[in-house]
Design a protein around this ligand. Structure first.
Ligand code: GCB
Ligand code: CA
Length: 890
């Protein structure tokens, strides 16, 4: 965190001023010109920070996003009185590397997109009245093999995406030249319920031209600002000298402890004065939380002497429409949402985040693990190793004083991608594993040296033997595992089996489940959830299973769900392209069911909430021929023993909670359905569901037919909130009703991973999930609608496309660029509507371009008994259909 300038009562003319300079910058992308030398040309765009140049291109249909150079420019107005001050520019972060120029002179360079940097700039400034001072920053997010991250499942945004500050300090000041740290390091060597010991160290710099006799006064104050203790040190510094000081506060009696339930913060403030003077020359402050903790391989984590299960989430730093350029308030809101879930732990992954994040952790009472972005692989080069060491040092020094931090980590799934040609068994592969272990050793030693009071952690994917073989499970104090059994592989049981194996084979190593999660697209629902169908219901099963296993094992010190909110990963092809939706909150931070499920387990006050609350537009078929209801399951989440559900004021009964979940079957009627859940003294919860009931018999008078939307090859329901349309899963035709005749659902050849459908981006639509499924080989689609005027819309996308170039554990770096059609897709078919050929000879050489959405809308008058009959007549290969909509217009 940036050192805070303190406002003191006495006139503190010489004290440090810290001023954000986020407004009114100019920006342009590179065009080969060196704008550090020639800024005064047209073509700059006015922007304010935080800013990234990738907000739009990470969401469009074009593969890739701008990874290159961007230039920023800003005029500084420096008061003439600051002539005698030391000025610095402080950047909270720039993605991914930066060069800073002041009045055309290079003030400094920084590599790494996620840590702060600060450069002295006085020597380049002009102080005369009216002088124009210009800052130019060249920022670069191109791929650099020497700079982590090399590859990862997130977007490497470019830009000045965090706050930038101008600092004007007295020539005598706490160190401003130490990895952008505050200049003050606070530790708590001993804390117990009875007494605490606090150690404060720092460095004072004398940039004044003369020798200075100085006093450093450090005060501890309580939350109300009342002094608790103070220490004074005298230092005499020659001109240009820097000197360290250390002050110990022992025997603080009955400390008010910091914990997630009671995040009590003291403050430490150090002030430096000239020995004979009252006025402060500089002051720096830091939060102080008094707590102690330890990890035990058998019994898990202890906070303040008591067993404490760490439960929370991971977090990425992005938001729809903003990329990673978030105002602090949005970062803080995420932490509040984690707290409101009952979470007590955050894995700040996969990189250090805005200083607002750890500050919020301190304040809200959320413990934290922070890591540098060494993800998937390393480069065996001295420069890569050096960059890792620098980042680790910056991360630790910048975050050092936060009581929330308990773990420093430094690698995530580093053996996920062995470089081309290497295997764990060939010589080159073994040498590579050796180099990874050497880097881990270096970072481990560095971390323990920098901060002996925190734990170290290395985070692995579920390849137990591989990490064992490389020695990576031995090096850190804690091992984190990212486990996706029942998602990327196998069944749920793989998860507890893995945990128990760790306990057996690494009995001395404390363990955390650093990631687990399943995709869930809030628009997709299923009553027959299947692995990889991306429905809310499958994710619910996943979390319900995982949490039980986590809580049942005391040796699992903690766990963090992947991820708090949906985040951008430009290369990902999914139900929503570029979005990883293994999360508890949607991208715009609405709760998914799993979030409510965790609330039911973690909140201590009585709680009851109705699940799928965002699924408030539903549809389904009436139960019987003449029935006017459709029964669908609804989950209610509670921390009480039982809950009652009411539909339009009528009780549907009270059922016992099983592991926080109460299951009901609700007979939804057409139109508005009001649900109320009650559980003991918890505030009752209300949800309104609009239900579009579809008759079984399309000619029914009781429930006149209006519209039908069907996703072919699909067993899920898809709600399109914007158009108020619900797409139903396919079904076989039965007389009086609707459905397909013949064929089978499309299944991605080879992988066997998806239950049905494709996971490739479909271009030209926002409804990828619908087009990703398809019925292959059907001969008809029929709907026995009554006489009237209709519109029939047919939706197609050719799903047979050459496989992406890489097959990975997760879908990284796939590209649509080479979406070519394999021979299997050389289909040709006619489509007839009520006997008339409306689409002759449909095939890949006309409309069925691979992975491209194509729709045709046909008006049709149904005058007699025939209803709507769509025939598919294949001349070559098999006919396909991805979706159909039938709408009554008259
Ligand atoms: C992981 C990675 C994380 C991915 C996640 C996923 O293991 O650590 O960066 O986003 O899996 O969703 O595949
Ligand atoms: Ca900030």
């Amino acid at each position: 965190m940036l050192a805070c300038a303190l406002l003191l009562a006495q006139p503190a003319a010489a004290q440090r001023v810290v001023q954000s300079i986020n407004s009114n910058w100019l920006f342009r992308k590179a065009d080969g010109t060196d704008f550090a030398k020639t800024p005064a040309v047209a073509g700059w765009e006015k922007i304010s920070l935080p800013h990234t140049w990738n907000t739009a291109d990470v969401m469009d249909d074009e593969p890739g996003y701008y990874r290159g150079v961007g230039w920023y420019r800003k005029q500084l107005h420096i008061p003439a009185e600051w002539q005698n001050r030391r000025l610095y520019l402080h950047f909270e972060g720039a993605g991914q590397a930066a060069e800073v120029y002041v009045n055309g002179q290079l003030a400094g360079r920084h590599a790494g997109g996620y840590t702060a940097f600060r450069f002295p700039i006085s020597q380049w400034l002009k102080f005369e009245k009216g002088a124009v001072n210009e800052v130019i920053v060249k920022v670069d997010n191109s791929h650099n093999p020497d700079l982590p991250p090399l590859s990862a499942d997130f977007t490497f945004y470019g830009g000045l995406y965090r706050d930038v500050y101008l600092v004007a300090a007295n020539p005598v000041h706490f160190d401003l030249n130490d990895h952008a740290a505050s200049g003050l390091f606070v530790t708590t060597p001993n804390v117990s319920a009875e007494a605490a010991e606090v150690a404060v160290s720092g460095t004072v710099t004398n940039n004044a031209p003369t020798r200075q006799r100085l006093t450093v006064l450090t005060e501890l104050t309580d939350r109300e600002g009342r002094p608790v203790a103070q220490q004074r040190s005298s230092l005499t510094l020659a001109a240009g000298e820097k000197r360290a000081f250390k002050q110990n506060f022992t025997g603080l009696k009955q400390p008010h402890l910091w914990s997630p339930d009671d995040p009590y913060l003291y403050h430490v403030t150090s002030t430096v004065r000239a020995a004979s003077q009252a006025d402060a020359l500089d002051a720096v402050s830091s939060p102080l939380g008094l707590r102690w903790f330890r990890f035990d391989a058998a019994a898990g984590f202890y906070l303040n002497g008591k067993p404490f299960k760490l439960i929370g989430t991971n977090r990425h730093q992005d938001f729809p429409g903003l990329g990673n350029a978030l105002p602090d308030a949005l970062a803080e809101r995420d932490l509040q949402l984690l707290k409101q879930m009952g979470g007590n732990f955050l894995r700040v992954s996969h990189y250090p985040q805005d200083p607002a994040v750890l500050a919020a952790c301190d304040r809200l009472g959320i413990l934290a693990s922070v890591e540098i972005p060494v993800v998937n692989a390393i480069t065996d080069s001295p420069a890569f190793f050096e960059n890792c060491r620098t980042m680790q040092t910056e991360m630790i020094r910048q975050g050092h004083n936060h009581p929330s931090v308990i773990i420093w980590a430094y690698m995530n799934e580093v053996l996920l991608r062995l470089p081309a040609g290497l295997t764990k068994d060939n010589e080159a592969g073994k040498a590579y594993l050796g180099r990874v272990a050497a880097l881990a050793q270096e970072l481990e030693a560095l971390t323990r040296r920098e901060d002996p009071d925190r734990y170290t952690m290395l985070v692995n994917h579920g390849a137990f033997e591989l990490y064992q073989q490389a020695g990576l499970t031995k090096i850190p104090m804690l091992v984190g595992w990212n486990l996706y059994a029942g998602w990327y592989s196998g069944g749920f049981q793989g998860f507890p089996d893995f945990l128990d194996r760790h306990r057996r084979e690494l009995p001395d190593k404390p363990l955390l489940v650093t990631e687990y999660g399943a995709d869930s697209d809030a628009r997709l629902h299923s009553f027959k959830p299947l692995r990889f169908d991306k429905t809310t219901e499958y994710a619910n099963l996943y979390h319900q299973f995982y949490l039980k296993e986590i809580l049942a094992r005391p040796f699992v010190a903690g766990s963090t769900v992947w991820n708090l909110a949906e985040f951008n990963s430009e290369t990902r092809q999914e139900a929503v392209p570029h979005i990883n939706n293994k999360s508890l909150l949607t991208a715009d931070r609405q709760p998914k069911d799993a979030y409510l499920f965790y609330q039911a387990h973690l909140l201590k006050t009585p709680f009851v909430r109705i699940g799928s609350r965002a699924w408030n537009l539903r549809s389904g078929l009436a139960v019987g021929l003449d029935s006017l209801v459709c029964r669908q399951p609804v989950e209610v989440y509670t921390n009480q023993p039982a809950a009652e559900l009411l539909l339009n004021g009528q009780s549907l009964g009270t059922h016992p909670a099983e592991f926080g979940v109460v299951r009901f079957t609700v007979p939804f009627g057409n139109g508005l359905n009001q649900l109320t859940a009650r559980a003991a003294t918890a505030p009752p919860d209300h949800v309104e569901v609009q239900f579009q009931l579809l008759p079984n018999n399309l000619a029914s008078d009781k429930l006149p037919f209006t519209e039908l939307n069907v996703s072919l090859g699909d067993q899920r329901t898809f709600t399109d909130a914007k158009l108020s349309q619900v797409w139903l899963p396919e079904q076989a035709y039965a007389p009086g009703g609707w459905g397909y005749v013949g064929g089978k659902p499309f299944a991605l050849p080879g992988t066997g991973r998806l239950p049905y459908g494709s996971d490739r981006n479909i271009l030209g639509t926002d409804y990828d999930a619908l087009y990703e499924t398809q019925r292959v080989g059907l001969t008809q689609f029929r709907a026995d609608v009554p006489a009237g005027d209709y519109e029939v819309t047919l939706h197609f996308a050719e799903l047979e496309a050459a496989p992406p170039t890489e097959q990975l554990v997760y879908n990284l770096a796939k590209t649509d660029a080479a979406a070519t059609v394999p021979a299997s897709a050389s289909r040709r078919f006619d489509v007839l509507l009520n006997g008339q050929t409306v689409l002759p000879g449909l095939g890949i050489d006309n409309y069925l371009t691979p992975l491209q959405a194509t729709s045709f809308k046909f008006p049709v008058s149904v005058r007699r008994e025939q209803g709507i009959v769509v025939d598919f007549k294949a001349a070559a290969g098999e006919a396909v259909l991805n979706g159909i909509q039938i709408k009554r217009v008259e």
